[in-house]
Design a protein around this ligand. Structure first.
Ligand code: FES
Length: 164
């Protein structure tokens, strides 16, 4: 009689432990996967940005376009602001440069009187095509791959480094 009671108790204990374990695995694994998944995702910001109708950019006048992107890195979300200069050289020939100086990453601005992009931090100068022409910048402004579709201008992030 006592032996049977102990066996029943052991059986109930084992069954409870087994079912508890199943519930734990059933809830725990998806929870762990959910918590870890953002940190396992790729975080490169490679995307297409719509800069609007090409026609709105005047010919041969670098025009600033600003936008923000949210960069997701694991659970961290960071808002990044971008500035790009659109240089429409002819009706269909367009180049888009980053406004980040290649010296120490200050933002350049276009000075129509001098026809230069100028970095205010250390007086770095770039010509209209983004080539470094004076001051400490070691290389031209970075540039974006462009695409024109149905009269709309798009760029591909990230910018690429130019050597000339
Ligand atoms: S950051 Fe542009 S010249 Fe130094």
């Amino acid at each position: 009689m006592t032996k049977q009671n102990i066996s029943r108790r052991d059986f109930i204990k084992a069954t409870t432990t087994f079912i508890g374990g199943l519930i734990g695995v059933g809830i725990g694994l998806p929870t762990i996967a959910y918590l870890l998944s953002p940190s396992l995702r790729k975080t490169e910001d490679e995307s297409i940005v719509d800069l609007g109708p090409l026609d709105k950019y005047p010919l041969r006048i670098p025009t600033l376009f600003e936008f923000t992107r949210t960069k997701v890195n694991g659970w961290e979300r960071t808002g990044l602001s971008y500035g790009v200069f659109v240089l429409r050289q002819t009706e269909k020939d367009v180049r888009v440069f980053s406004d980040i100086c290649t010296h120490l990453a200050c933002r350049v601005s276009w000075h129509p009187d001098q026809k230069h992009y100028i970095s205010p931090c250390h007086d770095g100068h770039f010509d209209i095509s983004g080539n470094n022409i004076s001051g400490p910048p070691p290389r031209p402004l970075d540039e974006f791959v462009t695409k024109i579709e149905a009269g709309n201008l798009y760029i591909q992030l990230p910018a690429f480094k130019r050597t000339t």
